[in-house]
Design a protein around this ligand. Structure first.
Ligand SMILES: Nc1ncnc2c1ncn2[C@@H]1O[C@H](COP(=O)(O)OP(=O)(O)OP(=O)(O)O)[C@@H](O)[C@H]1O
Ligand SMILES: [Mg+2]
Length: 214
């Protein structure tokens, strides 16, 4: 079973890179053959990666060009899960990555702009699913709330609204926790820096839901 998961949304700063890094660290830590493609021209993942650190054996490739689909195909040879972190929206690289994807994860903070970005991204996926390449094998997607304060009215409100409009959402959220930016300084995530932490447990729950989709 080889699966490609792409993180995408038209809204900047929604948590794509943090989620990509968190998923990669979790799967790497439990011995799954995971690889990461940094398709963001900013190189947010690759620039923080320490090739001598705990992730030295994790396969990470920067590929911000539209040949990203070839890079995905190559990485699938060696990995069970390929994670793609995207930057620009509706550029050829992101579109090529989505076309080669099994599951698209759309992160959004509980804010109006992030909701618009998530819906815009859903609309792009819907468009791609009508193309000959994907009409018989549609890209699955899930929206996921990020940087939420546990139990706040705003995140419940956004979740209820999106669900009532018929969008698919993960039940788990990437709660706002300082552990993420702290671990990111070294290009890591709480699953590696503090495996017993609440943040690491949040990631385990998110992974559990994603595993059910794979
Ligand atoms: N769950 C979280 N808790 C606390 N801080 C977070 C969380 N998720 C992300 N952040 C912080 O929010 C900022 C934006 O997150 P991130 O870089 O993951 O978003 P992005 O969607 O990849 O942004 P870009 O559009 O620039 O690629 C970063 O500083 C990150 O450390
Ligand atoms: Mg990013």
């Amino acid at each position: 079973m080889k699966k490609v998961i792409t993180l995408a949304t038209s809204k900047g700063g929604a948590g794509k890179t943090t989620l990509a890094r968190s998923l990669a660290c979790h799967w790497f830590n439990v011995g799954i053959k995971v690889g990461v493609i940094d398709a963001d021209p900013q190189g947010s993942i690759i620039n923080r990666h320490n090739p001598e650190g705990p992730l030295k054996d994790l396969l990470i490739i920067a590929q911000p060009e539209e040949i990203v689909d070839n890079t995905i195909a190559d990485m699938k040879e060696n990995c069970s899960i390929v994670l793609v972190d995207t930057g620009g929206f509706r550029n050829r690289t992101t579109i090529k990555a989505l076309i080669a994807t099994d599951i698209a994860l759309i992160p959004l903070k509980p804010s109006a702009d992030d909701v618009s970005g998530a819906i815009e991204t859903y609309n792009l996926i819907k468009e791609l699913n009508e193309t000959p390449e994907r009409v018989d094998n549609p890209i699955k997607y899930r929206m996921i709330l990020t940087m939420t304060q546990q139990g706040t009215v705003i995140s419940r409100h956004v979740r209820d609204e999106l669900k009532s409009m018929g969008y698919f959402m993960l039940e788990s959220e990437l709660y706002h926790r300082v552990a993420y930016p702290e671990a990111a300084i070294q290009g890591l995530s709480p699953s590696l820096t503090d495996p017993e932490s609440p943040a690491a447990r949040d990631i385990s729950r998110i992974v559990g839901e994603i595993n059910n989709l794979l």
